[in-house]
Design a protein around this ligand. Sequence first.
Ligand SMILES: [Zn+2]
Length: 253
Amino acid sequence: MPIENRRVHVRPRLARLAAGAPEPIADGVWVVRGGFPLKTMNVYFVRDGDGVLLFDAGISAMTDAVAAAGASLGGITRVVLGHGHADHRGVAPGLDGVPVFCHPDEVADAEGDGGDHYFDLSLLAPHGRFLLGSLLPVWDGGPVVVAGTVSEGDDVAGFSVVHLPGHAPGLIGLWRESDRLALVSDTFYTVDPQTGIHGHPRVPHRAFNWDTEVARASIRKLAALEPASAWAGHAHPLTGDVRARLERAAETT
Ligand SMILES: [Zn+2]
């Protein structure tokens, strides 16, 4: 049975400001876009029995909106973290009683500092250093308690887990062969974290990567799946010739 969410009726106006309503993007899959400043944080909902699971968990300010969206879709069964950074685990601690899962290589950071120990904000421009240094602690919901792990090839609500390390050691995507849909967290960026400007897909900014060269290889691994669409943790999906776009993204710095 899906677990009831307890925050559904709390501060609905604030919730609407922090995130939108769930938008259907594929059979049994929805996205809630939220966060500040630019509503570029994506939380995915995937049909999971009578309820929905969350893939990625946005920022803490999205908690009420995500809980309300989950309730409207039958209740949140579980949270699966694409990775454990502050802006991807944010709502998880506020969803009372909902179990959290991630890749084994991500457990320590999801339960710890959210990867902060390998971030290097000195690689950002001064304004970006100030902006991201200020926002990361506000975005974060804090450490989560991991109830279990999912690894390469595991079935999660009709999707297959794909390990795409680099940006984070245990970053995962969810892949559905039937419609070639990929939900991939921060495997690539299409928005500049320092300016909010959208552009072509590229390797995530080095300031936030566990290992940038490994991240590059993971983009190529994703490209080889030939997705029809690839939805990342931020901003808009990749469509069209996704393989070629990803192969070019892997070459970026
Ligand atoms: Zn990240």
